[in-house]
Design a protein around this ligand. Structure first.
Ligand code: ADP
Ligand code: 5GP
Length: 211
C-alpha cells in the first residue's frame, strides 16, 4: 500500500474473534495476503509437527521442558492446554516487531483476547465478527464441508456462548457481504494505525512543520 503518512510508528496487535463459521479465517487470510505490514502471530506448541508444517512458520515446535521454562520465565502473553498439548504466544518476537512498526494478527477466542488485553492494553485492537443470522451461520458451517452433523451442532451450541462475549471487543462487524466486511476490517486497521500515540515519528514531523 502506498502511504503518504508513513512516519515511523509503533505496530499493533490486531485480534480477530468470531463464533466458529462466521468467516474469521476467510477475512484473516485476505488481510494477510493484501496487507504487507501485518503478519500472523506464530505460537509455540508442544504438539508434534504435522506433515507439511514448517518450524517457526506454522508454530515454534518446542519440547515440554522448553515450554515449561518459557512459562516460568514469563515469556508468553498467554498460554493454554488444548487437546493435551500446550500452546502459547511468545512475547519476544512480537515485542521486537511492534517497535519496528510491524502489526500482528491474532486469530484467537475471547479468553485469549482477555489475557492478551490484560498484558498489553495499549497495543491491542479487538475486533469481533458476527454472522448476520443464526440460520446463515448454520448454512456456512454446513457449506464449508469440513465437519460432520454432530460437530456442526456442537459448534452451533458453542457459537451462542461465544456471541455472548461481544461486549469484550472494541469493534463489532457483521459479516453479511464478505467484501463489505473485509473493507470495514481494513478501515479499522487503517484508523488504528493513525492513532496519535502509535505514530512515534509525528513529534519530529510536527516540529519541522512549526519550524
Ligand atoms: P471461521 O474461521 O469463522 O470458522 P470461515 O472463514 O472458515 O469461518 O468461513 C466459514 C464458511 O463460510 C466458509 O465456507 C466461507 O467460505 C464462508 N463464508 C465466510 N464469509 C462469508 C460471507 N460473508 N458470505 C457467505 N459465506 C461466507
Ligand atoms: P492445532 O494443534 O490444530 O494447530 O491447534 C489446536 C488449537 O490450539 C486451536 O483451537 C488453536 O486455536 C489453539 N491455539 C493455537 N495456538 C494457540 C495459542 O498461542 N494460544 C492458545 N490459547 N491457543 C492456541
Amino acid at each position: 500500500m502506498d502511504r503518504s503518512d508513513n512516519f515511523q510508528r509503533r505496530g499493533l496487535m490486531f485480534i480477530l474473534s468470531s463464533p466458529s463459521g462466521t468467516g474469521k479465517t476467510t477475512i484473516a487470510r485476505r488481510l494477510l495476503e493484501e496487507d504487507a505490514e501485518i503478519s500472523l502471530s506464530v505460537s509455540a506448541t508442544t504438539r508434534p509437527m504435522r506433515p507439511g508444517e514448517i518450524d517457526a512458520k506454522d508454530y515454534y515446535f518446542v519440547t515440554q521442558g522448553e515450554f515449561d521454562r518459557m512459562v516460568a520465565d514469563d515469556e508468553f502473553y498467554e498460554w493454554a492446554e488444548v487437546f493435551g498439548h500446550s500452546y502459547g504466544t511468545p512475547k519476544a518476537h512480537i515485542r521486537a516487531g511492534l517497535k519496528e512498526g510491524r502489526d500482528y494478527l491474532f486469530d484467537i477466542d475471547w479468553q485469549g483476547t482477555q489475557q492478551l488485553y490484560q498484558k498489553d492494553q495499549q497495543d491491542v485492537v479487538r475486533v469481533f465478527l458476527l454472522p448476520p443470522s443464526i440460520d446463515e451461520l448454520r448454512r456456512r458451517l454446513t457449506g464449508r464441508g469440513t465437519d460432520s452433523a454432530a460437530v456442526i451442532q456442537a459448534r452451533m451450541d458453542r457459537a451462542r456462548a461465544e456471541i455472548s462475549h461481544w461486549d469484550g471487543y472494541d469493534y463489532v462487524v457483521i459479516n453479511d457481504d464478505i467484501d463489505l466486511c473485509f473493507e470495514k476490517v481494513q478501515q479499522i486497521l487503517e484508523a488504528e494505525r493513525m492513532r496519535r500515540q502509535r505514530q512515534t515519528g509525528l513529534i519530529g514531523f510536527v516540529r519541522g512543520l512549526m519550524g
